[in-house]
Design a binder for this molecule. Structure first.
Ligand SMILES: [Zn+2]
Ligand SMILES: [Zn+2]
Length: 391
């Protein structure tokens, strides 16, 4: 399969989608670009401190709708709320201009199911640009696959918001204009929207590239204070990939998690309920010792190495047949020469490739075993016969 996208060239995908779909949608990219440019127009209008305050508030509030709503509720069901509150959470999420809740949460579930594997929607293995923004601009992930989010797709009001996810942003934009005029619109709405986008996207790119790892998850997720500060607590991404169903992502007192503090407050006044805490017995399991080797840290490099050595072996195996046919004098046996050329060079590479694949395979087994441990004895008994590596 040959993908021709500007971002992840040659990105393999196993699902049967239209190959032409995996490329950048430049037409849809135009509004995306224009929103980025809009705040620059603020140089030509009067901007007051109230506009900057509006920008700050809209960033913080909408970030909360994304982290607590789209992410911890719709994607992971890490707590409960009533149907009206659920609708408000979904509507608030749409004002962040990150499409509808079903699209957002459905794709995020795929990210967790296939983290850093071929079917991950935004693994940084496919490039930082791809994980940050390329996947959103690609035609491949434009549609909402309701099969990934059947539970919430059952609500007609959420399907309505999904179809009309433009209503929230437009209402908010008009409100900002009425409140603060051009300054309110350009700084209050557009600038905070751009900052909000890139703040959210950092979790997909930087939180898989920079930071420490506490748990030996079979992916590249990291814990980053910087990303946590920017996103209201979503930077503890290695914690989150280890225990995705937990409403709390900062596991220690110093791992700041404002989203969780607000959720606790909302639970105290009964607006939400049943916040799932990380089970105490799991917090010390699967830990990476300080400075110890951890497969998730190096996985992307190793896989690239395995791919490169694999290609090199294929290259060496193919070459003697092609080249020797041209340069071999008539009558000389080519088979012996082929063997001579291929043998010593290809052998060590083949061993290396085998070694790398072997290590990755055992890491996968280890990861599967860890996941089974986490799920507890009951789940382990159920999944004893299956490979159960995808969830
Ligand atoms: Zn992730
Ligand atoms: Zn998640």
């Amino acid at each position: 399969m040959t993908a021709t996208t500007a971002g992840p060239a040659g990105r393999p995908h196993l699902d049967a989608v239209d190959e032409s779909a995996d490329r950048t949608d430049w037409v849809a990219g135009i509004p995306f670009l224009l929103v980025h440019l809009a705040p620059l127009a603020a140089f030509f209008v009067v901007v007051t401190w109230q506009d900057w305050l509006l920008c700050f508030l809209l960033y913080v509030i909408r970030m909360f709708f994304i982290t607590a709503g789209y992410h911890r509720y719709f994607s992971h069901r890490s707590y409960r709320m009533g149907r009206v509150a659920q609708f408000i959470a979904a509507f608030g999420g749409t004002t962040a201009v990150q499409k509808g809740p079903l699209w957002w949460a459905g794709h995020h579930r795929l990210h967790h199911r296939y983290t850093d594997m071929d079917d991950d929607v935004h693994s940084p293995r496919d490039g930082i640009w791809w994980s940050h923004v390329g996947w959103i601009l690609s035609t491949k992930y434009k549609q909402t696959d309701l099969s990934t989010i059947k539970d919430f797709a059952a609500y007609p009001e959420l399907r309505f918001l999904e179809r009309h996810s433009w209503i929230g942003p437009w209402l908010l934009g008009v409100a900002c204009f009425l409140i603060g005029g051009w300054g309110g619109l350009l700084i209050g709405f557009f600038l905070s929207t751009v900052l909000l986008w890139h703040g959210t996207f950092l979790v997909n790119s930087m939180a898989h590239l920079i930071g420490r790892r506490r748990y030996a998850t079979p992916d590249t997720s990291r814990n980053s204070m910087i990303v946590a500060l920017i996103t209201g607590g979503e930077g503890w991404h290695n914690n989150h990939h280890y225990l995705p169903a937990s409403a709390r992502q900062g596991f220690t007192w110093w791992e700041l998690d404002p989203t969780w503090y607000v959720l606790k407050a909302l639970a105290a006044v009964r607006l939400v309920r049943d916040l799932k805490d990380p089970p105490a017995r799991l917090l010390d399991q699967a830990r990476v010792r300080e400075g110890a080797f951890d497969i998730g840290m190096f996985r992307s490099y190793w896989e690239r190495a395995a791919k490169v050595t694999g290609e090199r072996i294929a290259d060496l195996s193919a070459r003697p047949i092609g080249t020797s046919a041209e340069v071999t004098p008539p009558g000389r046996p080519t088979a012996a020469e082929d063997q001579g050329a291929e043998g010593p060079a290809a052998e060590p590479l083949s061993h290396l490739s085998g070694l790398i694949s072997g290590v990755l395979e055992s890491a996968d087994h280890l990861a599967a075993a860890t996941r089974r441990t986490r799920k507890g004895a009951k789940a382990a008994a159920e999944s004893g016969t299956g490979d159960n590596t995808s969830e």
